[in-house]
Design a protein around this ligand. Structure first.
Ligand SMILES: Nc1ncnc2c1ncn2[C@@H]1O[C@H](COP(=O)(O)OP(=O)(O)OP(=O)(O)O)[C@@H](O)[C@H]1O
Ligand SMILES: [Mg+2]
Length: 718
């Protein structure tokens, strides 16, 4: 609630910050741009600035718009803002661009003809619809041509072009057929009242462009605007920011050009660099101290990214204590690599629990398979972050389609899904004649079925159930969670899953029912649409619950996560195991031109800079990545097994042979505790262990524990 704002001083907002960060938080005189490297506290500045504006400048949480890249990041940011202000997380306007756009459309879309029946479809549904349109109108299209058309339509929307702007589409490289496909798709969207993800940003932009009142309403509401990860902004997202903050110009954006990794999806770094043109008098703050990683990780990452030509040089530094070396782990194949990763996890759990959570990062999703297989075989619990999102799973989408069709029997998209997954005896032929009839009469598919084919045997029973439930919903307000349960039982869907022993799917459905039940209790009287919005976009909540459940399992032990490098953006982990750093996956072999090559290197940089304490760069193939060759040899250690790594991290007790060597060199004479050496760079330190030969572990007075090779290091024994 508004009035339970904590009565504490400013200290916990400004105190923990360095002077540059503090300046960035307090600066309000003109637009502010923070350009800074990984781990320099950019996200922290945004979060603290939100708290600062509320506590010091009297803004309501409602008046501050925070935009970030993923649901997970938004949820984390809300949580940090809550912790700093004591205000319930739900009062903050912190979200992704897509959730923000949907919200604007729901609140103000009526002005553009969007009634409340409009729904969001996900990328898979969009693809299905487009495939259907293309196949039934342009049968000669090959797969490649179809993909091309789909891609062009997505990019056109991202550039705010719709089929009413045909000349522009031709200029953008559309051919006649593609323009026709786009038109048909758009007609379909209007008839079925569906927005795809791209519309969720582009439609609100059009709404704000053409409707001054609405624009002013939002400018008035969002009195301060903050955007994280600005280097990966799309054209329509940028336009939305410009429309919202273009009036008062109360805006802070943060970004790192070295972490731009989404140009393949239409993002462009130019918005970061051209920001000052649209927002004159922009003040720039640079942050150069890294707070995340050890010097070893940071120097390695700095050296990786230094090899890119197309960048603005920046120097990151840290005053963190020396840590472990970066390891480049050799292995011949994915399987070999997964085996070594498993060995390492098992050994680290015993000997170095402080290096967990442990994250395996890879270039593309399919690389996770070898790790999943090996970890399962070895009994290592792990969690895949955002593989298939909960609501993307088939059984969840099936259940929701059944529920949506019950609430709105005219929902053709859900109808098509339902007849596809339930054995209702409606085949392709019946469907064709249904569709033809429906087109003629203007009725929905369901309505047409009811009128024209009342006796379809299987279908009749199920659809009778559906209509009965529809009445229970509209007339008796039976909770949706109950309705869903009855539908799933009555249609035989649950039974069919049980027969097939689909335990996982059954438990996901149980979770969905519980999720809906909880939502209904927490949001009494909210329309069904809101639930669906929540499910299609703000799945952060569900993901978080999913996480909690998973984490329970994972955290009984020490957690291990699997995720792509792209999904790891903005996150941090004590140990990062960067997998597949070889000629196939890094750079990814399909990305060959110069700009793509540099983007791949930035991705490697993003992956490396996620590490807090330990970075393991794993080759996992015959040929190491060409990104490794130019890296200064002194910045990493080559290792061949988990054993090698552990030997360096926690050297075994002295072998007899090594004792002999030590005695010879005089180190073990007398009390070993008293043996010291002086290193030209690290200063004075005490020898605490001998790894082998000339390799010592030394506890330096100023720099902490380090492993050195006395045969090459500049040392003098004292
Ligand atoms: N002044 C500070 N003192 C101590 N810790 C800090 C400070 N600033 C940031 N940190 C910590 O450093 C880590 C990195 O901060 P943050 O995630 O905000 O960086 P970032 O610049 O957003 O990184 P990325 O570019 O990877 O998104 C976090 O754990 C954060 O709490
Ligand atoms: Mg960040």
């Amino acid at each position: 609630m508004m009035n339970d704002v904590r009565n504490s001083s400013n200290d916990d907002i400004l105190e923990p910050l360095n002077p540059d960060q503090r300046e960035a938080v307090m600066y309000l005189d003109s637009p502010l741009l923070i350009i800074a490297g990984a781990g320099s506290g950019k996200t922290k500045v945004i979060t603290n600035k939100i708290a600062y504006l509320i506590r010091e400048k009297g803004l309501a949480p409602y008046n501050i718009l925070g935009v970030t890249f993923t649901n997970k990041a938004a949820a984390e940011m809300k949580e940090r803002a809550r912790a700093l202000t004591g205000i319930d997380a739900k009062y903050f306007n912190i979200s992704t661009f897509h959730s923000l756009g949907l919200r604007i459309l729901r609140e103000s879309g009526a002005a553009a003809g969007f009634d409340k029946e409009w729904q969001v479809i996900d990328d898979k549904d969009r693809k299905k619809i487009l495939d259907h349109i293309i196949k039934s109108n342009f049968s000669r299209f090959t797969n490649d041509m179809r993909d091309d058309a789909k891609r062009k339509i997505g990019f056109a929307k991202m550039d705010l072009n719709y089929p009413n702007n045909k000349d522009f589409l031709y200029q953008k490289g559309f051919n006649e057929d593609e323009v026709a496909i786009f038109s048909l798709y758009y007609q379909y969207q209007k008839k079925n009242k569906v927005w795809d993800y791209e519309d969720l940003v582009s439609m609100p932009v059009k709404l704000l462009q053409t409707n001054e009142d609405i624009r002013d309403k939002y400018r008035d509401r969002f009195r301060y605007v903050m955007v994280d990860e600005f280097q990966d902004t799309n054209p329509n997202q940028y336009e939305l920011v410009r429309l919202l903050a273009g009036g008062h110009k109360q805006i802070t954006i943060v970004g790192d050009d070295d972490q731009a990794i989404y140009s393949w999806r239409g993002a462009s770094i130019r918005f970061l660099f051209n920001f000052e043109q649209d927002f004159p008098h922009t003040h720039i703050v640079k942050l150069q101290q890294n707070y995340r990683s050890t010097p070893q990780v940071l120097e390695f990452a700095n050296d990786v990214i230094a090899k890119n030509y197309n960048r603005k040089a920046k120097a990151m530094w840290t005053d963190k204590a020396e840590g472990n070396p970066v390891f480049v782990l050799d292995s011949r194949s994915k399987e070999d690599e997964a085996g070594k990763a498993a060995d390492l996890i098992v050994r680290l759990k015993e000997e170095k629990p402080e290096l967990f959570p442990f994250a395996v990062l890879y270039r593309i999703n399919s690389q996770s398979l070898a790790f999943e297989t090996e970890f399962t075989r070895r009994g290592i619990d792990f969690k895949i972050i955002k593989g298939l999102r909960f609501f993307d799973r088939k059984e969840i989408k099936d259940s929701l389609a059944l529920l949506k069709l019950t609430v709105n029997p005219d929902d053709d998209i859900s109808f098509l899904r339902v007849i596809d997954f339930l054995p209702l005896g409606i085949g392709a032929k019946t469907l064709d004649s249904l569709a033809l009839e429906a087109r003629g009469s203007g009725n929905s598919l369901f309505e047409t079925l009811r009128r024209e084919m009342p006796d379809k045997y299987n279908a009749k029973r199920t659809f009778a159930l559906l209509l009965a439930m529809n009445r229970k919903y509209t007339e008796e307000s039976l909770p949706l969670s109950h309705i869903l349960e009855r539908l799933l039982k009555g249609s035989g869907y649950l039974e069919s899953l049980e027969d097939r022993g689909e335990e996982g799917r059954l438990s996901n459905i149980a979770e969905l029912i519980a999720f809906i039940g909880k939502w209904e209790t927490e949001n009494p009287g909210e329309p069904f649409n809101r639930l669906m919005d929540h499910i299609s976009l703000d799945s952060a909540a569900a993901e978080a619950e999913d996480d909690e459940k998973n984490n329970e399992k994972v955290s009984q032990n020490l957690p291990v996560f699997l995720l792509t490098m792209h999904n790891a953006k903005g996150l941090e982990f004590p140990t990062v195991f960067a997998a597949g750093i070889n000629s196939t996956y890094m750079p990814f072999f399909l990305r060959k031109d110069r700009a793509e090559f540099e983007e791949e290197r930035r991705l490697f940089y993003v992956a490396s800079t996620r590490a807090i304490k330990q970075l393991v760069v794993s080759v996992g193939g015959d040929k190491a990545s060409q990104f490794l060759a130019p890296i200064n040899r002194s910045l990493y250690s080559n290792v061949y097994s988990a054993g090698d790594i552990l030997e360096i991290l926690s050297p075994s007790p002295l072998s007899m042979f090594e004792r002999g060597l030590l005695q010879e060199s005089g180190i073990l004479q007398g009390n070993r505790e008293e043996r010291y050496l002086e290193h030209a760079v690290f200063g004075r330190g005490k020898i605490v262990n001998v790894v082998s030969g000339d390799i010592y572990v030394v506890d330096f007075e100023k720099r902490g524990e380090k492993t050195i090779d006395a045969s090459i290091a500049p040392v003098t024994f004292l």
